[in-house]
Write a protein that binds this ligand. Structure first.
Ligand SMILES: [Zn+2]
Length: 411
């Protein structure tokens, strides 16, 4: 089973647009209601029996079960019978709003932080049609239940052997889009772990380091776009809330967010393709979500978009028949790739790995990438080749000489 998501621009007419916006608003209400229900239930059970605060008294009877996805779905079906606004929305689309909430609760439990928030007006910007009995896409239209046929720019054809499983309609700053989730029964065998191997280490100072010694710099355009974003956000502050100028500034910010997202994605695809050339195996660290998205480093990590990159890399590898695996990330930067000695924790400012046991010296992130590669090779049963004795970066090491190796993808 193979899944793909293709994104196409769609052009709803005024009536369809109004209808879809109304549906999003109803989905938002359902989402918020369901979130409040879960929150109330949790609050009513948080207090201790002997010290019940006024705020969290038992408003909800003690034997009421937790409002999980299935309970909320049943309640929704009942509510649709009495609330005509809800009834006018396609039932599965509304249920998907509940599913989305359920997903964010499960994600929170996984990460142990990030309680789902209420969505304000206009913050619910997508509708998911989860099921289609027949192909909804003709050459120039997509047929959505209850909405009707919406004009679609099929700028690239749906590949042979694929059927449309789901359609997600998204309202972005630049217009309306349909994300088609395509599925195929064709099974493509997973790539075998053979050929040359590389390990990669994702970093903060540079985007990533490859075990071969290459460093991929963090693209400069992000800094430029971010500072533009900050400037626009300052502009917004001076405008009167709700005024025409406020809305104009807001839409500029939304468009820039979209552009940053697209640029980052494009960069990730380019790096992924370059990594895949002339190799048979790629190993990367498993990302620890709990550790990375927290604290001081959070902003940088999110900007680098590591999680998204590894997903894209995995996908590109599969497409190009390269074996891809993630390895245990613990202590990769504290192990000497040559002799395996535990070198102790390095400060972020310490850019060079120098082993006191065997004298092996190299860039700190390259050393970590080599360790990642070694772990991956061991996991798939290959023999590990230790790095060569004399390293070109033997002491003294200048920061500049490392920078010189920076490998920038052509943009
Ligand atoms: Zn060593």
């Amino acid at each position: 089973m193979l899944n793909l998501t293709y994104s196409y621009r769609i052009y709803p007419d005024a009536i369809q647009e109004a209808q879809m916006l109304e549906w999003m608003e109803q989905c938002r209400r359902v989402y918020n209601y369901a979130l409040a229900e879960r929150k109330d239930w949790m609050n009513s059970r948080r207090c201790q029996l002997n010290a019940c605060s006024l705020r969290s008294e038992y408003i909800i009877p003690a034997d009421t079960p937790y409002p999980n996805y299935y309970a909320q779905k049943r309640n929704l079906t009942a509510a649709r019978k009495v609330i005509p606004e809800l009834d006018s929305v396609h039932s599965q689309v509304l249920q998907e709003a509940l599913a989305r909430l359920d997903k964010s609760f499960r994600f929170m439990q996984q990460r142990e932080f990030g309680f789902p928030r209420f969505k304000s007006v206009g913050q619910f910007r997508s509708l998911l049609f989860p099921q289609f009995k027949t192909n909804p896409v003709t050459g120039w239209q997509v047929k959505l239940p209850k909405i009707g046929a919406v004009g679609l720019n099929l700028h690239r054809p749906i590949p042979d052997g694929f059927v449309v499983k789901q359609v997600r309609v998204v309202k972005k700053a630049s217009g309306w889009y349909a994300m088609l989730v395509l599925e195929s029964d064709i099974s493509i065998p997973d790539p075998m772990p053979i050929g040359n191997s590389i390990g990669i280490d994702l970093g903060l100072e540079k985007f990533l380091a490859v075990s071969t010694g290459k460093l991929v710099a963090r693209p400069k355009f992000f800094v430029q776009l971010q500072s533009k974003l900050k400037w626009l956000q300052r502009q917004l502050k001076d405008k009167v809330k709700g005024s025409n100028n406020y809305r104009k500034a807001q839409s500029k910010i939304r468009r820039l967010h979209e552009r940053i997202h697209n640029t980052r994605r494009e960069f990730h695809f380019q790096v992924a393709h370059q990594l895949c050339s002339n190799v048979g195996m790629i190993f990367a660290e498993e990302l620890n979500l709990k550790a990375t998205s927290r604290g001081m480093l959070a902003k940088h990590c999110l900007d680098a978009g590591w999680g998204g990159f590894l997903d894209i890399l995995g996908w590109v590898c599969k497409k190009r028949d390269v074996y891809f695996a993630r390895v245990n990330p613990n202590g990769t930067s504290q192990t000497c790739p040559k002799c395996g000695t535990h070198t102790g924790k390095k400060e972020l400012s310490q850019r060079v790995h120098h082993c006191v046991e065997c004298g092996y010296t190299t860039d700190r992130d390259v050393a970590a990438a080599i360790v990642v590669e070694q772990r991956g090779l061991t996991a798939v049963g290959h023999t590990v080749v230790l790095p060569v004795e004399v390293n070109r970066l033997a002491v003294p090491v200048k920061q500049e000489s490392l920078r010189g190796n920076s490998w920038k993808p052509t943009l």
